[in-house]
Write a protein that binds this ligand. Structure first.
Ligand code: TXA
Ligand code: MG
Length: 354
């Protein structure tokens, strides 16, 4: 399949007439049952018509993703919740008013019109109203309901720039909209509203604390930060070893000094054995390491920068062909909950305390 690459310069408030024309074309592709990858504020999505069962099947095939893993439906108006959710609870409007458009997904009971292919066989549906202007226009021109998982091949880190979408999806889908790099870099927070109190199934930019300020008590699925062999994660997708680079990744936790010393020791022995070593370092420590590839994800206090860099850095280690990666651990306050959740999944929960 030939994949059209549509470049859209500005992701600002107003789109140029040129951009509008391209987005109408992309919308027509989705309405006709095709697939288009597009930028959102979190990561790039792989979009198809959410109300068309065969589009959802095509999405699973393009990603190489198991079809029991439900898709998020993207909308571009709060009112459209009513089109795909059975009885929209009052609390959903309260949350939407506070956090939409933005990086938050809500899970509710699905309306009959939503095919079970889109929801991975579940009778609930995940819904998000993204804030990215390109995404909003595309959703509008596509008919209002766009199913979109992250636009990576299953098992790879979510794409934070068009380059990675092109790498994974060229030849597998109809078009890719290149709208530049994303702002947040980690996927949306997923909040399950079918339980009381509401439960976070995947931490993201909208933090537990922000939700608690609005709603009172909010729980978080315990498997998001801990490996639990007895309990499966409640978001089906969270059970897969996601976001994973090709190399083995080990998270090293402890005082910064001890972490640096430990990683340097391991790096030295690995390299003596002929291995190529990568390190996920921070602004504070990146000059203290010796390894083949050292990536600075940002200063430890600047969680937004760390979040934005994490998936890109994981992909860059793939490109560099390293054999093993050591990463510093991060605090789990605020956005740190999402950062550590993704890092732990990338590491298959391999961590060591030093
Ligand atoms: O930021 C995002 O959410 C991005 C952009 C493109 O919007 N999308 C994204 O989609 O991350 P995906 O498919 O990669 O991740 C969706 C997650 C999966 O873990 C899936 O299992 C879970 O949401 N999910 C979807 N519907 C669900 C449902 N009804 N119940 C529980 N979990 C659900
Ligand atoms: Mg994904």
């Amino acid at each position: 399949m030939d994949t059209e690459i549509l470049r859209i310069e500005s992701a600002g408030e107003h789109l140029t007439p040129d951009a509008d024309e391209l987005l109408q074309r992309a919308g027509a592709i989705i309405r006709q049952g095709g697939l288009v990858a597009f930028p959102t504020e979190t990561v790039y999505g792989l979009g198809g018509d959410a109300l068309n069962a065969s589009s959802s099947e095509k999405i699973y095939a393009a990603k190489g993703r198991p079809s029991d893993n439900p898709l998020i439906i993207h909308i571009c108006r709060i009112e459209d919740l009513r089109g795909i959710v059975k009885d929209v609870p009052e609390v959903a409007y309260k949350i939407a008013k506070a956090f939409w458009p933005g990086p938050l997904t809500m899970i509710m009971e699905k309306a009959d019109i939503v095919p079970t292919q889109t929801t991975g066989g579940l009778n609930t549906v995940a819904v998000r109203f993204p804030s990215h202007k390109i995404a909003q226009k595309l959703i509008e021109y596509s008919g209002g309901f766009v199913a979109a998982p992250s636009a990576n091949l299953s098992g790879k880190p979510s794409p934070t720039g068009a380059k990675y979408v092109i790498e994974d999806m060229r030849g597998r889908i109809d078009a890719i909209i290149d709208g530049g790099d994303v702002g947040i870099g980690l996927e949306s927070t997923i909040l399950d509203l079918t339980v009381t109190p509401p439960q976070i199934l995947r931490p993201g930019y909208v933090t537990q604390q922000m939700l608690e300020e609005l709603l009172g008590e909010v729980e978080i699925d315990r498997t998001t930060l801990r490996e639990d062999t007895k309990e499966a994660p409640k978001a089906p997708g969270m059970k897969y070893r996601h976001y994973a680079p090709k190399a083995d990744l080990l998270i090293v936790e402890g005082s910064l000094e001890a972490v640096v010393a430990y990683i340097n020791r391991r790096s030295k022995t690995d390299r003596q054995q002929g291995k190529k070593v990568g390190i996920i370092a921070t602004g504070e420590t990146c000059d203290s390491y010796e390894a083949d590839v050292i990536k600075d994800v940002g200063f430890r206090g600047d969680q937004e920068t760390i979040a934005r860099n994490l998936f890109r850095v994981l992909r860059e280690f793939d490109d560099a062909g390293v054999d093993c990666i050591y990463s510093e651990g991060f605090d789990t306050d605020g956005l740190g909950q999402a950062i550590m959740n993704r890092l732990l999944k990338a590491a298959g929960h391999k961590r060591i305390q030093v």
